[in-house]
Design a protein around this ligand. Structure first.
Ligand code: DQA
Length: 147
């Protein structure tokens, strides 16, 4: 099964962006780890990042035909985007919402998510490990032999 790992705005800056909040791991490191963990789990992982809301919608629509699930860190758009919510709903596929930081320990506006109530799970505050946890959870649902 194919799993799309989607990262939103400013996550291209990981490694140098507020490292005290987001860590020193780069997006390239996270994506490589997702692909590697995916192989281990019997998943094909494709990764994408964009700073543009409409481009995130386009990517979800492209994956809609081929993917079995998503891991989504929509970054700031998590807190604002009906469009990304609707794009994910239109796929009718399971997704895990991931945040590197614990958004609930931060500003009030980060406590609201337009995705959380339609996600199968939400992982926040585990840093880059969150992506791996998300893939492991999805593999358990998608690959019968993985527990
Ligand atoms: C984030 C949390 C969001 O509130 C923020 O806008 C981000 C990153 C995270 O991974 O912790 O850009 O999604």
């Amino acid at each position: 099964p194919l799993v799309g790992v989607l990262n939103g705005p400013n996550l291209n800056l990981l490694g140098t962006r507020q490292p005290e909040i987001y860590g020193r791991t780069t997006l390239a490191d996270i994506e490589a780890r997702c692909v590697r963990v995916g192989q281990e789990l019997g998943l094909v992982v494709e990764c994408a990042q964009t700073n543009h809301e409409g481009a995130l919608v386009d990517r979800v629509q492209e994956w809609r035909e081929r993917a079995s699930a998503f891991v989504v860190n929509a970054a700031a758009y998590t807190h604002t985007s009906v469009a990304i919510r609707d794009a994910l709903l239109a796929t009718d596929l399971p997704f895990v919402e991931v945040h590197l930081s614990n958004v609930h320990a931060r500003e009030d506006f980060r406590h609201r998510s337009y995705l959380a109530d339609v996600a199968v799970a939400v992982i926040a505050g585990c840093g880059a490990d969150g992506y791996e946890f998300a893939l492991r959870h999805l593999a358990g649902r998608l690959v019968p032999t993985v527990t």
